[in-house]
Design a binder for this molecule. Sequence first.
Ligand code: M6R
Length: 592
Amino acid sequence: MCGIVGAIGNLDYKTYLTSGLKKLDYRGYDSAGLAFWNKGKISLYRAVGSVENLASIVPDGHAGTAGIAHTRWATHGGVTVENAHPQRSWDKKVYLVHNGVIDNYKELKEWLSGMGCQFRSDTDTEVIASVIAYFLQEGETPLDAIRKAMEKLDGSYALAILFTGQEGLYFAKNKSPLVLGRGDTRINCLASDYAPILDYCSNFAALDDGTYGYMTENSIVAYRNGKNLALRFASKDKEDYVYDLAGYPHFMMKEIHEGAHVVRKNVETYFDREKKVYLFDPQLLASLKAADEVVFLGCGSSHYSSEAAAAYFNRHGLRATSYIASEWIHGVYPHLKNPYYVLISQSGETADLISCLDMMEKGTKTLGIVNAKDSTIARRSGHVLYIGAGLEVAVASTKSFLGQMALMMLLCGAVNGDTSVPDSLLEAAKAVDDVVGRRADIDAIAEGIVEVHDAFFVGRGMDFFAGEESSLKLKEISYVHSESYPGGELKHGPIALIEEGTPVFAFVGNPEISKQIRSNVEELKARGAVAYIVSSESCAKEGDAFVYRYVEGDFAPYPEVAFGQLLSYYLSLRRGLNVDKPRNLAKSVTVN
Ligand code: M6R
């Protein structure tokens, strides 16, 4: 987690750095800080909490010819000003911002402390600054000091570094993302992703692990293993990074509104409706078909979308399983002869998924289904397909979840030669729009449960996956404890938790199984639960809390998840919480 941004050249640094941090605060928002370099001297500003808190203590029009900044998701050390970045070395020669985790920082700290070095923070980052400073004191140049420090560091890092008395913005990268941007007008920039630097640069390069170097306002020089490296710069499509509320009160609401569009966009991108043919690479389809199993790997919402996809693949005769990435790495799953791994990720930077890639043997077949273009997972997967959802800012995944499901279902249709999937998805998109259009009804339901401490979601078949995703949304942004179960499973234990007044949301999207789930609801009501049945027109009954426009049973999760997203949104709002930036979380989870 954590976001870093920096630049060198002629800029209004306060504006550049603070607006850059705002675009990165999806990566963490515990504290923020920045440092300006001016004629060899460095000034430091740090504040706990939001970027606005930081901006309020930084004087306007501060002179500087280089700057670095950071937004933090705390890993080592509490949320305090001393632990905020930039961190500096004990001798104040090295100032740096860091995204990542240094595994051996304790050993390094002991080593440096033994030589009299003093530390002011609890962070692993301060140790990096001091290791670099140590090598400077040994007579190394800044670049060699960085290289030697990299040899000592175990762990992940994207670093932007300033040196007192030494011109240049230095950088180093291992496992955490770092992109560089070349400006047209004597400016060069760097950041954790493209969004903060798009307006300042015209060409961009994502760094590979082990790269380090420096930039001046006119040049960028990079190295790996002591050898000069030719970076490949390319332009970027700004459309992919639009950071704008567009009149909505929150990014989450905007992104919920965009959900149906993302489903349609995937249909357009991957299916020619006139010719009725899929547009996927035929070789990819052939490999998926030939695999003894398609193995989906993901985390959080991306895991739930892939669970739904795996079930859909299975229902259509294809062997598929879905695993939580952070568990798959422990190897407790069957060894397959010819698997095809599909890595699902909105950000493309999730550390748990990158660990899966690290573990795979060379030649393993991998497909990344990703939203963020040129992200680590996109670059490292053998094949990549983009969901094209555009920038998703709110920590809670919404439109990307629908886009992921749509793309995976299209893939299943393509492997099977089933050309009816795109039409079903377009119907599902209409149903999503319809749910969003009736959001006031969902707000009214939220109003009735503002004070609850626990909630349950139940469903059977594909509806169960909608319950899982909705339950995660509810926990994540409204802080209501929530459980999700297949309808038949409650009576094997969890029903003991049902008390007088416990809200239970039941998704009923498939006429073939609606009887069973409705009888599960009766069992819950008999124990005091207040049931809210969310049903499809095809299986609606009088008294249902919310009836959505008809879609085929397999596509019911689309409108049901839209319902869950809106319920969580309104509950969060009514409880006075920060919808877009819930506590303890970050959008891009770049630590294991
Ligand atoms: O970027 P990714 O899709 O890899 O992220 C995975 C999870 O961290 C993410 O889905 C998380 O669960 C969301 N905050 C859920 O809304």
